[in-house]
Design a protein around this ligand. Structure first.
Ligand SMILES: Nc1ncnc2c1ncn2[C@@H]1O[C@H](COP(=O)(O)OP(=O)(O)OP(=O)(O)O)[C@@H](O)[C@H]1O
Length: 323
């Protein structure tokens, strides 16, 4: 078993809205091992981005971590001071956000921005490193002299990934890094991220709406619903046999590129307001398998074979009662 890199325990994040807080991340546990590719999926508003921001300690008001820990290489990022965190960001873990390509400074060349990142750390970096990381992501190093507007969207996104690789971190956190690109550019960037990951050995936590992307690229899958993890396990196991009706619904809502043509069903209704989630299981108002206990009992994450699922269908006590 590779070493444990990231250990998230009981992590809770709330947005202070003045009235009832919005609990966007609710007691989430997550383990990431060295070199692993973990996909995080779920509908819009289920807390995926908030979880990533919380892990990287990049949340700003009105969001705040109200409980839990994020241990990275054994150190708790939640209680770490900003100076220590700043030294770790880029060097030990980097973050590539959804609109990363717009995160580049428009009035500075790519090379100058790479230098700024290097200068912000005490690490000694080889002079040739900026050119090397650009080459790694398939961009001619001549573009170190280019300004962001001189690059295409895909190239800017690649440049951000190159920046994330400057110090070869142990972990790269990515929030839909390919969503602004066309399908062809999206695929080629994903293939490249995967190849780099294999070559350089970093772990990835990757948020996406796109089930086909995670099916091809991630080792482990986290399915989130209404701020909670509802299923976690090997991607293949979840795809072959989803144990939570929400995971099954998500899978049925996406077309298979190569598989047989089947009608897409989708999930009726919409995710709940996280300031006042429904009682019991949060998915029960939309669940095709809901039964009388579902609005009454809050399910835990139950071990079901190789995966974990937050569904009363797998609650050991209820299964025993039903027998
Ligand atoms: N500033 C805010 N104030 C109050 N609630 C917020 C705020 N920002 C986000 N939220 C709520 O937090 C929840 C989680 O949002 P988040 O952006 O993390 O979800 P997501 O799964 O990443 O969505 P998407 O896929 O659309 O990016 C949502 O219900 C959202 O309404």
């Amino acid at each position: 078993m590779p070493e444990q890199l990231l250990e998230v325990r009981d992590l809770t994040v709330e947005y202070d809205t003045g009235s009832r807080p919005v609990v966007a991340v609710d007691h989430v546990d997550l383990d990431v091992h060295a070199g692993e590719f973990v996909g995080v999926v779920g509908e819009s508003g289920c807390g995926k981005s908030t979880l990533l921001f919380a892990i990287a300690h990049l949340l700003s008001s009105p969001a705040a971590i109200t409980g839990g820990s994020v241990r990275f290489n054994g150190q708790n990022l939640v209680t770490m001071n900003e100076k220590k965190l700043a030294a770790m960001r880029w060097r030990d873990f980097s973050v590539v956000m959804q609109s990363a390509m717009n995160a580049l400074n428009p009035v500075k060349s790519i090379g100058a921005q790479f230098q700024d990142t290097i200068m912000a750390h005490d690490e000694v970096v080889d002079d040739g490193r900026p050119a090397e990381v650009l080459r790694l992501v398939g961009i001619d190093p001549i573009h170190l002299r280019s300004y962001p507007h001189q690059l295409s969207g895909g190239m800017r996104q690649r440049a951000m990934i190159a920046m994330a690789l400057l110090f070869t971190p142990d972990l790269i956190i990515m929030d839909e890094p390919t969503s602004a690109l066309d399908v062809v550019a999206q695929r080629s960037l994903m293939v490249q991220i995967k190849e780099l990951q294999k070559k350089l050995g970093f772990a990835v936590v990757f948020v996406t709406h796109d089930m086909s992307l995670v099916s091809h690229f991630s080792d482990k899958l986290v399915v989130m619903y209404a701020g909670q993890v509802v299923e976690f396990g090997d991607t293949r196991a979840v795809f072959d046999h989803p144990e939570h009706p929400y995971s099954a619904g998500l899978l049925d809502a996406f077309p298979s590129i190569r598989g047989p043509k089947v009608p897409l069903t989708g999930i009726p209704g919409a995710p709940p307001n996280l300031a006042s989630p429904p009682p019991g299981c949060r998915f029960q108002p939309r669940c095709p398998k809901a039964f009388e206990d579902c609005p009454k009992i809050e399910p835990e994450l139950y071990q079901v074979g190789a995966v974990q699922a937050r569904c009363l269908l797998h609650a050991p006590d209820l299964i025993r009662e039903a027998q």
